[in-house]
Design a protein around this ligand. Sequence first.
Ligand code: F6P
Length: 367
Amino acid sequence: MSQSKIKRIGILTGGGDCPGLNAVIRGVAKPAHDHGLSVLGILDGFEGLVEGKAIELYNRDVSGIIAKGGTILGSSNKGDPFHWPEEINGKIKIMDRSKDALKNYQAWDLDALVAIGGDGTMHIANYLSNMGMNIVGVPKTIDNDLEATDQTFGHDSAVFVVTEALDRLHTTASAHHRIMVCEVMGRYAGWIALNGGLAGGADIILIPEIPFDWNVIYDHVLRRNMKGKRFSIVCVAEGAKPKNGGLVTKGKDIKRTDPVQLGGIGEVVAKKISENTGLETRYTVLGHLQRGGSPTPYDRILSTKFGTNAIQLVIKRKFGRMVALKGSEIKSVRIVDAISHQKLVKPNDQGVLAASAVGVSFGTEKL
Ligand code: F6P
């Protein structure tokens, strides 16, 4: 690759959407235009890179979008160029279309690509970097499970939704003296359940990192009842599982890099509590409400900082790197290092300790 001045960049949003994507696009494109760069918006994540779908992004296109949820570019979690699902004779075959991705990158005359996404996107970005593309990554996901950054954008907005939901569940739970189980997203990480549960005053938080014991849960709600607290709120991560038990799943989608579709643990937990304690129990699955809508102020600010720092990395030709929040500063890390570990909740995380100190049960005797 030549060391000439950057003139034209591509930008894409990969994987599941989350609030703040548009704020990042704006944060990248506005300064890029000011530096005289042209910006190509690649549609539907890596799918657009493989299939050659893109639009020019002009300054007017990125005005007034900071508060908008979703992504003006569209996204997809089925467009992995290295794991491309193709229907042949009614059967799905997985193909490698990375050469098409590279061809389009070259045909569009791109000097660099800003890839906004989570763990999956950063894995793809790393492989594409190895093929010769100049890539800068921006870490997105409501799950907050990327090790290299203290926080991903989108997480705060999801936690906000969970908090509001728990506040609402509290009032109806206390009116009817019920146990309310709320299932939240997060895949194999418990950050949304932990942070949402803490902020929303959950009485029990169940996360994948701390397999739970059914009897501890029954005991906790019954004890609360005996103390006159005739309701309990359980915040359960979709990836939570009992000791010696497995994940609860809804199905498989082989078109995705990770085919497992999590979901259903909330219903299981509610049923077991009701059967084993005799207490009236209901469950709510928050689902994609956690990914939709406007980003919180925190996410708008973080996204803007991420976007504006990403374009600086591009201009300085610091490729193969991802912007990351370290303490209160935006730094950058090598993409290859960013994907080496998933960030999971440690049993001695300050959030877990704080929750335990105010009486929250994680469904286990000892932590
Ligand atoms: O990774 C973000 C996330 O929302 C997870 O928390 C959840 O398990 C998954 O995506 C849901 O994916 P989909 O939108 O494809 O159902």
